[in-house]
Design a protein around this ligand. Structure first.
Ligand code: ADP
Ligand code: MG
Length: 407
């Protein structure tokens, strides 16, 4: 234990970090992924090109923190990187991409290369694209013309993005570097931007240029990408990010404690491993609560048990309540019908349970998908995006009434 740590009360040293995108004290079970990234970066420096990588998995599995970690590794290895979160609005997504690209250029460490990149950026920005767009003159109040102008603007951004990536990748390649674009919540991306990103990845790969998309999203992401461009299947390395094994989970509790001169005793640890059930988010929630409830070293089973209700509340708040509240009353009825079958079922089963025709429910089903509460793992099936959401819903809707509104 460091001198500083020794002087602080146990409580204030709590290393656990529940919360979306919060970097955990110990990133467990990801050795292979980190090696994959290391290798890709090493190869890029040698001018060798790889495929992009797509991660898919449920919420709370650690996709966002993995992307953030990769991003930091890439920067440390002298790459130019951009990290964005898709939101479904093409214009906004391009704005973010260009904004982040310009920041990546300004942050680039080698001044000579940085100047080359900045010049490429200005060059692409100054190109007039009128001749490829055949743009309609916008007359105010004419909504068709406004739509055309919007489409033109999005198309212009697509051209600009492609030109920009080409120029930047060339400059970077000469400098033994590369451009990595990290895209979180990729399944939500507008079709326009998704198609452009896939196309650009394809072309850059063919030309041996160091440009990689590293994406993360829900389990339906691989299917969504393939639907946008069928060759997306061959373009990326697809990796599922699922539950951690017990040894990794145990490390997830024990290592952060050990780093501070503490530990969990055997009974405490085995109870924690059971509670976490392989879910990274749960490690942080139960670890934090047990730590706060403990006044001994090693931390004992008693503290874990005392912390359990606190952790469950933390999980409710962090993962379930806000999502449940986002749904409309009919949406909640749909979710409750789903939950009665577990974490996944068929749309037909939901309709039957609700006593309605499946076609009557397609709009509400779609709105729940758009809210990110559920996704369709395959045609005709529907699943929760968050582990344990079904259990939460059964708990808050004990009777036939679905009147729960959070508190
Ligand atoms: N490999 C891991 N080991 C331990 N904790 C993790 C790991 N990955 C994620 N976490 C924790 O799980 C929570 C959710 O991570 P996040 O990246 O937001 O998940 P996702 O993006 O898949 O929804 C965070 O509190 C994070 O600290
Ligand atoms: Mg995330």
């Amino acid at each position: 234990m460091s001198d500083i740590a020794a002087k602080l009360p146990l409580h204030s040293l709590n290393p656990f970090m529940p919360g979306a995108g919060k970097q955990p004290p110990e990133l467990v079970g990801r050795t292979h992924d980190l090696e994959l990234m290391d290798r890709m970066l090493a190869r890029t420096k040698l001018g060798l090109v790889d495929r992009g990588i797509i991660y898919s998995g449920l919420r709370g599995m650690g996709k966002t923190v993995l992307l953030l970690k990769f991003n930091a590794m890439s920067i440390a290895q002298g790459m130019a990187t951009v990290q964005i979160e898709a939101n479904g609005d093409a214009a906004a997504e391009y704005d973010e991409l260009f904004h982040e690209l310009s920041l990546a250029i300004m942050r680039f460490r080698k001044p000579g290369v940085r100047q080359g990149l900045a010049d490429a950026f200005s060059r692409v920005e100054s190109i007039s694209l009128d001749f490829v767009l055949g743009s309609a003159k916008v007359e105010l109040g004419d909504s068709d013309a406004r739509d055309t102008a919007r489409d033109d603007a999005v198309r212009a951004s697509s051209y600009r993005f492609e030109l920009l990536v080409e120029s930047l990748a060339e400059e970077l390649k000469n400098a033994g570097s590369g451009l990595l674009v990290f895209v979180d919540e990729f399944q939500d991306m507008s079709p326009e931007v998704m198609t452009t990103l896939i196309t650009v990845q394809h072309k850059m790969g063919q030309r041996n240029m160091p440009f990689y998309i590293i994406g993360a999203g829900l389990p339906n992401l691989p299917g969504t990408l393939t639907k946008a461009r069928s060759y997306a299947e061959r373009l990326f390395e697809y990796r599922r990010i699922g539950r951690l094994d017990d040894a990794a989970v145990a490390d997830g509790f024990q290592k952060p404690a050990r780093d501070l001169g503490y530990s969990f005793d055997d009974a405490a640890l085995s109870r924690l491993v059971g509670l976490a059930n392989g879910y990274p988010y749960f490690i942080q929630a139960y670890g934090k609560a047990a730590w706060d409830a403990s006044d001994s070293n090693p931390i004992a089973l008693e503290a874990v048990e005392k912390g359990e209700p606190v952790a469950r509340e933390e999980l409710d708040e962090g993962l379930y309540v806000s999502r449940w509240q986002r749904a409309t009353p009919l949406g909640r009825e749909y979710l409750a019908a789903m939950a009665s079958f577990g974490d996944s079922c068929s749309s037909a089963q939901v309709a039957e349970r609700m006593g309605r025709a499946a076609s009557d429910l397609s709009a509400i089903r779609l709105s729940l998908i758009e809210l990110g509460l559920v996704y369709s793992p395959e045609r005709g099936r529907i699943s929760f995006t968050v582990p344990g959401m079904d259990e939460f819903i059964r708990r808050v809707t004990p009777s036939e009434s679905q009147s729960y509104d959070g508190r």
